[in-house]
Design a binder for this molecule. Sequence first.
Ligand SMILES: [Zn+2]
Ligand SMILES: [Zn+2]
Length: 205
Amino acid sequence: MAQLLHPDFKAGITHAEATAADKKTHDLLMEQQDALKAESWDYAIALSIQMRENQLRVYKPGSSPIGGTWNALGSIYKQAGRLQEAEDAVEKGLAIYAAVCDYNEMSMARETLAAIKEAQGQFDEARKVRLEGKDRKEISCTSDTCPWTSVPFRMENGGLSKMFALEELKQCAACKAAFYCSKRCQKHDWKTRHKPLCQKHTGAV
Ligand SMILES: [Zn+2]
Ligand SMILES: [Zn+2]
């Protein structure tokens, strides 16, 4: 009996083909973890592109897994300081999520894009991107170590991160472009990421 595959897969793909492709993606991801730890950005980027080619053999080009790979590539470009390429990749991921109405992934991808905008010094854009989730109460916390977007939380919560209404979040008083679910998240992001960007933007250095 033919097993029904998730609709993200292309028509006519067999269960064996899908499983083999997912295993290969997993292996490439593991290899990429090592490359990221070693800060071998070019190699990590090459692995992302290889991952997408592998996924495209079985997944529809407009499916959420492909969107995820675009986003992950955007994050790596960002870490590598290649901000324009980072933005282009995340925009591709966002377009896919929008088309398939994957609001949770969209919320997290918007946060990635907003962080890229901050790194480019475009704080008005960063604020605008983050607030795109306002009407649906789907704003992600700005901290990249927020417990509500962490992998363990998402694994327990059907793959979904927690999203917030604007009133639930504290905004950075200086730039008003960053939004936090807790004091802990705000403090941590200030210490590890936001401070130099925010001070440069507001001229507080
Ligand atoms: Zn948080
Ligand atoms: Zn700020």
